[in-house]
Design a protein. Structure first.
Length: 336
């Protein structure tokens, strides 16, 4: 009997030791977080990667990174998700290039126990991911719309809209927000479909400077009286300015935009862009990595939408519209 008790005690101690060892291993294992961006060349995503890298180093996490070859490369992002799951990532942060086509790959990853957080751009439906950390792109549009309305007081607006490409939620949100801020009564709060009421010319720029220039040239051919230009981002704004300058109209047209990159803010300082709404990709990524580390430690997932902030940047403040100046914008910008 005494021998049996000794055996049982030894087995109990061994089991306890094994449990302690397993717990210690779990606690000491390095959290693995993946970051997948639309591209790895756009300064916005370069800054996002910088934020994720710094936060991962700070918290002792291993960061895996991947990107599509170009904006819209869903296949590349799917491959990146599969590779990261295979490599042991327990959290994946993604800026979806195609908000709908990426959903099956995300669902497969989540079924495997991976927490997936969308950064910057929502999925369709939003519930396809555990959480979204992003700029309120609708509000970003509202801010530049309100500013433009104040600056255009007493003038008849003839608006050109240089958009992203059809169906992209971020592009729709910024476009509709701008028109709502400018006072378009056809827009309430919905961003489900793009509204073009009151727009003299709408062209897709794909957020590209060269395509933005071509889009602006097309709009000027359609209506040479354009005096206000909304652009999806600052590269498109720079292209629009070049087209206006070539036509000798750069001093007669107001340009507004969204992003807050360093090149864009310098264009605000130089008078190329009247105002831009600045967003904060580094903050999105660092928050995502922190959430991933917490999930690895406690199993607690984040959920819902987190607004990562937006500020209007201009050197020509408008009454009633809260803004920061170019100096603030340069202190908080991203890119070169």
């Amino acid at each position: 009997m005494r021998h049996t008790k000794l055996v049982l005690a030894s087995l109990t101690l061994a089991a306890a030791a094994a449990t302690v060892t397993t717990v210690a291993f779990a606690q000491n294992s390095q959290p693995v977080v993946g970051l997948i961006t639309k591209t790895d060349t756009n300064p916005f995503f370069v800054k996002m990667k910088e934020g994720a890298t710094a936060e991962a180093k700070k918290l002792g996490a291993k960061l895996l990174t991947g990107a599509g070859k170009a904006d819209g490369d869903n296949a590349g992002q799917v491959t990146a998700i599969e590779n990261m799951v295979a490599a042991g990532a327990k959290t994946i942060l993604i800026t979806p290039s195609d908000s709908k086509a990426i959903v099956p790959a995300i669902a497969k990853a989540r079924a495997a126990g991976v927490m997936v957080i969308a950064l910057d751009s929502p999925t369709e439906p939003l519930s396809a991911v555990d959480a979204l950390f992003a700029t309120n792109n609708y509000q970003a549009g509202v801010l530049i719309g309100e500013w433009a309305k104040a600056k255009m007081a007493g003038k008849t607006p003839v608006i050109a809209s240089l958009d992203l490409f059809p169906g992209q939620p971020v592009g729709i949100a910024r476009h509709n927000g701008f028109l709502a801020g400018f006072g378009n009564a056809d827009i309430k709060s919905s961003t489900a479909a793009q509204v073009n009421t009151g727009v003299a010319c709408a062209q897709d720029s794909f957020g590209d400077q060269a395509k933005g220039q071509t889009a602006m040239e097309n709009c000027l051919q359609k209506n040479p009286d354009i005096n206000l230009v909304y652009t999806i981002n600052e590269p498109a704004a720079a292209g629009a300015y070049q087209a206006l300058k070539s036509a000798g109209k750069e001093k007669d047209v107001l340009i507004v935009s969204v992003d807050g990159g360093c090149a864009g803010v310098r264009n605000v300082e130089g008078g190329v862009i009247g105002a831009t709404s600045q967003q904060y990709p580094l903050k999105m990524a660092s928050m995502g990595v922190a959430a991933g580390v917490e999930y690895a430690k406690s199993g607690k997932k984040v959920s819902g939408y987190t607004d990562t902030g937006v500020n209007l940047i201009t050197n020509s403040a408008a009454s009633g519209v809260k803004s920061e100046d170019g100096k603030f914008g340069l202190a908080n910008c991203w890119g070169q």
